[in-house]
Design a binder for this molecule. Structure first.
Ligand SMILES: [Cu+2]
Length: 124
């Protein structure tokens, strides 16, 4: 490979890296913000979701993380089926994130293993 071709290749790689960086920034902006919810422990110490209720903008991402030593699920209630997929078992230290689309009604979800664990997502 000649030095001339080497230099051309280096320029192309540089341009590619620049456009990837620009794309990355644009994408992060378009994806909206990430709202985090702890799974298993409520603010009051009981088993639940923390925060119990979040208000987000359509297109935002919600990320649940299991910070307990128990398995839980993040499952849409019957009235919110199809609003997001949800999980089977979310094991300790596992995370689940999904993008939430517009929803006129509040989205309700629960944990299949612990019926008292309930959460709400309000989409503005
Ligand atoms: Cu649970």
């Amino acid at each position: 490979m000649s030095a001339k071709i080497d230099r051309r290749l280096a320029l192309q790689i540089g341009a590619l890296a620049l456009s990837a960086a620009a794309f990355g920034e644009k994408r992060a902006f378009a994806d909206g913000k990430v709202t985090q919810i702890k799974v298993g422990k409520s603010a009051d110490g009981s088993m639940g979701f923390d925060p119990k209720e979040v208000t987000i903008t359509a297109g935002d991402t919600v990320e649940w993380s299991n910070e307990t030593t128990f398995e839980h699920t993040v499952t849409p209630d019957a009235d919110s089926t199809g609003k997001f997929e949800g999980t089977d078992s979310l094991k300790p230290k596992q995370k689940y994130s999904t993008t939430i689309k517009a929803s006129a009604d509040p989205i309700h979800y629960h944990c299949d293993f612990h019926p008292t664990m309930k959460g709400t997502i309000i989409v503005k």
